[in-house]
Design a protein around this ligand. Structure first.
Ligand SMILES: Cc1ncc(COP(=O)(O)O)c(C=O)c1O
Length: 399
């Protein structure tokens, strides 16, 4: 009989949620509100082709692209993070030496766990939260505990109480256009969580992959900007602003943390693939990004407005939906205790519509039964209307 390591057991529930999510859509005709992918229309195919043709020459960056490189990532890309992307988050004066390029946006969460989580440690998460991260945390045998949230993010009193009760080592926060709710943590709460981490000496893992996709409202400074004791590890991804297939992300943290992450990275996979790093760095250095991100924002804004219009038109009265200021997700709450969105999903799939059912985003059993996450950015207007009206019919039948 196979005798797996303990972590295979501790992660099994969240792993099942992720497995089901990835296998939710088997029929290609399905209108897929479940996917968190950026829209194909926002992927810079032509620019990347042009860059790749030039890079992959012997007298271009061809040898560099195909050789081993530095575990921290190529300097060009670390400079773009430190000198261009982080200042847009209010983080000034970062050094490229405090940045480590990762393989996608999940790997920074992996470094954080490798560095700070021992089996049995408590890790606090938002309620609801991104289940892929929970799967990772459980793989490290962490005890994941939910902190209550409202429209401004984590409720500080609950955070304080749970941090004290469990002596939590780390708090995982997606402050901007959160996954799954699309909500954004307020400025006051950002300050308050950073102050608490500084005072009580726990780590905040700030995960910010949607922040550049703001299409309404004002930018807010990162939690990291309020960190005076190096307790915040800032994680981000290039997946939603460049390309998910290139698997690029990064952490920005104090040098001693990055130095230790260097060791983890070396031991894990030596370094992130060089060719995607060069393609991405050149993409920014050639000045393509500002127009590209402006187009993507306008594109998603229009999709959001259409999705909201159809929700208001078709969904039963009393359905709660937020108006996300950015990102890819909206969160629906159906005004009925008769509904279980997991059962609704099975019925919806028969009608070629998929979404993610609410319970999958909670750790505690019994939560989220009347809730669901809808990803709207990558669908056509026709798909948005057909998908939302079909779902609304199924919901009305059930309530
Ligand atoms: C909150 C959050 N963090 C991290 C990631 C991982 O990003 P990547 O696809 O770059 O690994 C995602 C992707 O959906 C996400 O929603």
């Amino acid at each position: 009989m196979l005798d797996f390591a303990q972590r295979v057991d501790t992660m099994k529930d969240s792993a099942k949620v992720m497995y089901d999510l990835f296998h939710a859509v088997t029929d290609p005709r399905t209108i897929n509100f479940a996917s968190g992918s950026p829209a194909n229309e926002t992927l810079p195919v032509d620019e990347v082709r042009e860059i790749a043709m030039e890079v992959l020459q012997k007298d271009g960056r061809g040898f560099e692209a195909l050789q081993y490189n530095n575990p921290t990532g190529i300097l060009d890309l670390r400079k773009i993070v430190a000198e261009y992307l982080l200042p847009r988050r209010g983080i000034e004066g970062a050094s490229p030496d405090e940045v480590l390029i990762s393989t996608g946006g999940l790997e920074p969460l992996y470094y954080a766990c490798q560095l700070f989580i021992n089996p049995g440690d408590t890790l606090l998460v938002e309620s609801p939260t991104f289940m892929h991260a929970v799967e990772m945390f459980k793989m490290f045998e962490a005890n994941c505990v939910e902190v209550e949230c409202d429209d401004e993010g984590m409720i500080i009193e609950d955070l304080k109480a749970k941090q004290e009760k469990y002596n939590a080592r780390m708090v995982y926060i997606i402050p901007t256009f959160q996954n799954p709710t699309g909500k954004t943590m307020s400025l006051e709460r950002r300050k308050a969580v950073a102050e608490l981490a500084n005072e009580k000496n726990f780590i905040i893992l700030e995960d910010d992959p949607y922040v550049e996709l703001r299409y309404s409202g004002e930018d807010l400074p990162a939690i990291k900007t309020f960190d005076t004791t190096d307790n915040v590890v800032y994680a981000n991804s290039f997946s939603k602003i460049f390309s998910p297939g290139n698997r690029l992300g990064y952490i920005y943290a104090a040098k001693p943390i990055v130095d230790k992450a260097f060791d983890i990275k070396t031991a894990t996979n030596s370094h992130t693939a060089v060719l995607p790093q060069i393609l991405c760095a050149e993409y920014f250095m050639r000045g393509y990004y500002p127009d590209h991100i402006a187009d993507a924002r306008a594109f998603y804004l229009d999709k959001r407005d259409h999705a909201l219009e159809y929700v208001k038109k078709y969904m039963p009265e009393g359905t709660k939906v937020n108006t996300p200021d950015g990102g890819l997700f909206m969160w629906l709450q159906i005004p009925s205790d008769k509904i279980d969105t997991r059962e609704l999903l099975e019925a919806a799939k028969e009608k070629l519509v998929a979404f993610v059912a609410g319970p999958g985003f909670y750790i505690d059993e019994g939560k989220g039964l009347n809730e669901l996450r809808m990803s709207y950015g990558h669908l056509s207007y026709e798909q948005l209307e057909k998908g939302i009206s079909t779902l609304a019919e199924l919901i009305k039948e059930r309530i």
